[in-house]
Design a binder for this molecule. Sequence first.
Ligand code: PEP
Length: 247
Amino acid sequence: MRRKLAAGNWKMNGLTDALSELKALAQAPSPNQTDRMICPPATLVSGAAQIAGDIQIGGQDCHINESGAHTGDISASMLSDAGATAVIVGHSERRQDHGETDADIQNKTLAAWQSDLTAVICLGESLQQRENGDTLAVVASQLEGSTPDGATGANTVVAYEPIWAIGTGLVPSLEQIGEVHDALRAQLVERFGETEGNAIRLLYGGSVKPGNASDIFAVSNVDGALVGGASLKANDFQAIIDALDAA
Ligand code: PEP
C-alpha cells in the first residue's frame, strides 16, 4: 500500500513570518495514512526544518553538481545539510523560465538521490498539447526522459501537473486526470517492475483547493497532490490534508 502524500510548493513566496503557517500545520495531529511535505523557498529551508516535526521539508530545485562556480544555484547536498529530505525537480516554471530539459531533470534527480533526497519529478502538458490530443504522448516522453534508472518508491515521487491548470483555477476533468495517472502507473510498472513501479507515488497538481480536493483524491492512481497557492495558508492546506487522509 502506498502512503498518501500532500506536498506544498510555496514557490517564491514567504518571508520568515510565513513559518507560522508551517508551525500551525505541525501542531495539528499527524494524519493516519498521509505524509506531509512543505517546499519553502531556499531561504526558509533551515528554519522550516527546525519546526516541522514530522512534516518533510523539501527544496524547489537543485543543481546537478554538488558544489562549484554556479552563482545563485543551490545543490542537493546544501538542501540536505539545511534539513531537507526532498526536492522538487522539473517544475513547469523551471522548465519554462530556465529552459530545463528532461535530461537536466534526470541529472538533477540523480544529484538529489546522491544526497539522500527524494526527488519529486514534475511533468505535464501545455494547453496546446492537450488540445492537439498529445497529452499521453507528452507525459510518457517526459516521464521516460526525466526519470533515471533506479527509481523506487523511496527515492522518487512523480507529480502530474498540466501546465494550463497551474495557478489558473482550471482543473482537468476527473476522467482526464485518471487517464493520465493510469497511463503513468502502467509505464512505471513496465519500466521499474511491479514492486517499485507500484510503490512510486503519483501526485496530481494544478489548482487543487479545499473545494475540489475530495473529488480529485477519489480518482484511481492519485496518491496525493502537489499544491501551490492553497499551501500558503495553513487552514487551506490542512483542509486538503484532511480530504486526502479521508479518501
Ligand atoms: C504548483 O505550482 O505546483 C501548483 C500546482 O500550483 P497551484 O496549486 O497554485 O495551481
